[in-house]
Write a protein that binds this ligand. Structure first.
Ligand code: HSE
Length: 293
């Protein structure tokens, strides 16, 4: 038997739609596995009532099938589903790392990213690696079809989670099919700025590099109070704010750990003024899945 903790993640980071991702220090899913003749899944914790325990419908169950690693899998959810914080990816990542270790499959962490992405496909309809890559590797990741690049970045963050439901499928429907040349030029500039910022742990560059005018505005319309929360966070000292993944979570980059409290409080007040309950995680870029025996 062994236990793996895999973190929440924030995908896209504005300018890196379907490509960029980072691991959060918290919250996280904790997955316990033990060998069995056939796979069974039990889910407890945040939003567990919405998560299927049928192994063919659960990200962790699909991962077990991919690895030919039948197991009793117990998932303790710290990452609420449909939050924009990579809930299904956390479970898929933890299961991939745990089952590969349990069955001594000898796969590298990069290979496990692809296995976990197959689990993700069950819930999102497509095998995106932008959440599973940071959940497994930690830090900041650039996930492309031809491989993943990882940087051990370190920045203080606030992840604010309004009590709204936005499904990934719905949030993908509002993404425009085409972009103009000027939008592409702006997005490339932002993405490059953000990437350099991550290599330097520079919150100003990363904050500026979140800016993007195609996907984020379309999705912001699905999040009641988004504009107020981003304005409030910036006024409280955040260097940049964007939709976390497909939403409704909102991610703010901070200059110092001490700034997180004011930013979190400003975002919560802004959502509350729009009649939306929310919670905020004062966190940082964190490490990938960790094995506990
Ligand atoms: N890149 C994905 C999206 C993340 O924004 O739709 C959620 O799976």
């Amino acid at each position: 038997m062994l236990t793996v903790r895999a973190p929440a993640t924030s995908a896209n980071l504005g300018s890196g739609f379907d490509v960029f991702g980072l691991a959060l220090d918290a919250p996280a899913d904790v997955v316990r596995v033990e060998r069995a003749d056939e796979t069974t899944i039990e889910v407890s914790g945040a939003g567990s009532q919405y998560i299927p325990e049928d192994p063919t419908q659960n990200t962790a169950g699909v991962v077990a099938a991919e690895l030919d690693a039948p197991a009793r899998i117990c998932i303790d959810k710290g990452v609420r589903p449909a939050s924009g914080l990579g809930s299904s990816a956390a479970s898929a990542a933890a299961a991939a790392v745990a089952l590969s270790e349990l069955y001594d499959r000898g796969l590298t962490r990069e290979e496990l990213v692809h296995v976990a992405a197959e689990g993700e496909a069950v819930v999102s309809g497509a095998a995106h690696a932008d959440n599973v890559a940071p959940a497994i590797l930690g830090g900041f990741t650039i996930a492309r079809d031809d491989g993943v690049t990882q940087v051990d970045a370190s920045l203080p963050l606030v992840a604010c989670l309004p009590d709204l439901v936005v499904s990934t499928r719905d949030a993908r429907k509002v993404v425009p099919e085409t972009v103009s040349m000027s939008e592409m030029v702006d997005t490339v500039g932002s993405a490059a700025t953000l990437t350099v910022g991550m290599t330097r742990n520079d919150p100003e560059l990363v904050g500026r590099g979140l800016e993007e005018a195609v996907v984020t505005p379309a999705r912001a319309d699905l999040i009641t109070g988004y504009d107020a929360a981003t304005t409030a966070a910036s006024e409280a000292g955040a260097t940049g704010v964007t939709v976390s993944g497909a939403g409704p979570g909102v991610l703010a980059i901070c200059r110092s750990p001490d700034d997180r409290r004011a930013v979190a409080s400003a975002m919560l007040d802004a959502f509350e003024s729009h009649g939306v309950d929310a919670r905020a995680y004062q966190t940082s870029i964190g490490q990938g899945a960790q094995i506990f025996r």
